[in-house]
Design a protein around this ligand. Structure first.
Ligand SMILES: [Zn+2]
Length: 164
């Protein structure tokens, strides 16, 4: 008697708890979470100020020191997001852009929220300020930028607060 092979299948769920390290950039996330400070790094040789921080200068490969940066900056380039992952679906439409913080020479990719989002509000050259979640986890989603003229409104919301 020959029978065709039939596999027996069981549907199950795998749940994975894991952790990962932010490595040499950990100080950025710890200061963000605990003190709402935005730290960049400054090259010990050429003096270039990096944001996001780099442990070693990407231009001359020398070590860089931590420096606190201002929490305001200028939009270098931006776009409006209409399609995103489930984590951000409730926020659409929202802006993302490269923001050069005052005092930094490189730009940080980050969300830009607006109460009345239109392209002209987040265009190149517009001034933005950082707003922080009251509940912070040491992640990039702990803060975002808003147009400077909306800052006071955003930090008056119960779930957000201003920086230092
Ligand atoms: Zn350098």
């Amino acid at each position: 008697m020959s029978e065709e092979f039939q596999d027996h299948q069981i549907r199950d769920v795998i749940k994975i708890n894991y952790k990962y390290t932010m490595g040499g950039q950990s100080k950025f996330f710890i200061e963000l979470m605990n003190n709402k400070r935005l730290l960049g790094t400054k090259c010990t040789k050429c003096g270039k100020t990096w944001m996001p921080p780099r442990i070693n200068c990407s231009d001359c490969y020398e070590p860089a020191d931590w420096v606190e940066l201002k929490q305001s900056g200028t939009i270098e380039v931006s776009t409006i997001v209409w399609y995103t992952t489930s984590a951000f679906i409730k926020a659409i439409p929202y802006g993302v852009g490269y923001i050069k913080l005052d005092g930094a020479e490189t730009a940080l990719l980050q969300g830009i929220f607006s109460e009345n989002l239109v392209p002209s509000k987040i265009k190149k050259g517009k001034r933005v300020k950082a707003v922080f979640n009251k509940q912070r986890d040491g992640k990039m989603t702990d803060f975002f930028f808003v147009p400077e003229d909306e800052y006071d409104n955003w930090i008056s919301k119960p779930e957000y607060e201003g920086g230092v």
